[in-house]
Design a protein around this ligand. Structure first.
Ligand SMILES: [Ca+2]
Ligand SMILES: [Ca+2]
Length: 219
């Protein structure tokens, strides 16, 4: 009996060492720093305008994990017309409560989350998708907004302040103002847990010990 418990103890040590390695992050591919015209309407976003960096590019990840998208408000004269379609994960609209969150999982073989901003203006539908590059002020686009000082972009809703690694600001371009405040979504990324190679060896050793002791009990 004692030998069996030693084997189980070995397995327990191996499992306890299988801690997540958070080396993977979200990043911006093909990044270009943007010039923003007009005023970014902060609404619920509390980080000062001067501290924000606006970039065009592709939101991506350096490894497998989960993106979460949280609705942070809109600034638009055309009501009820905006939405963010997040792949198969769901849709955020102007009717979503502030802070409503939809998650999108990326695997190691497909690191780019799928999302498309959509809006209706007097001339019809306009949209911008992840991976779509900025062309000019008269075309809809989105900017990936981060904190110039390296911290989170802070947003307030529900009586509390919430931090986001990035904020996506959609510009409908109807008035050509390039202010990127017409629909805003906070983004956070959490990497999938990745056991280190040495952990696999420990787990195999623990399992082997359990199997060995089990065989000895039968004998
Ligand atoms: Ca605009
Ligand atoms: Ca605007």
């Amino acid at each position: 009996m004692h030998k069996v418990s030693y084997g189980l103890a070995g397995l327990g040590i191996a499992v306890s060492m299988a801690l997540p390695v958070q080396a993977q992050t979200a990043s911006i591919g093909n990044a270009t720093t943007a010039t923003v015209n007009g005023t970014f309407d902060r609404q619920s976003i509390t980080t000062s305008f001067a501290d924000l960096r606006f970039q065009y590019g592709t939101l991506t990840a350096t490894g497998a994990g989960t993106f979460s998208f949280s609705y942070l408000g809109n600034e638009s004269g055309w009501t009820n017309a905006f939405s963010l379609n997040i792949g198969s994960a769901g849709v955020l609209t102007e009717q979503s409560a502030l802070g409503s969150t939809v998650s999108f999982v990326v695997g190691a073989d497909n690191l780019m989350p799928s999302f498309t901003f959509m809006t209706m203006n007097p001339f019809g539908w306009a949209s911008a998708s992840n991976g779509q590059s900025f062309t000019d002020n008269s075309n809809p686009s989105f900017a990936i907004i981060s904190n110039r000082n390296g911290g989170n972009v802070m947003a307030s809703y529900g009586g509390a302040s919430h931090g986001f690694q990035y904020v996506l600001g959609f510009n409908d371009a109807y008035s050509g103002d390039r202010d990127f405040d017409d629909y805003k979504v906070g983004v956070n990324f959490v990497a999938a847990p990745v056991p280190e190679p040495s952990t696999y060896a420990l787990m195999l050793a623990g399992l082997a010990a359990v199997g060995f002791m089990a065989r000895r009990r039968k004998a």
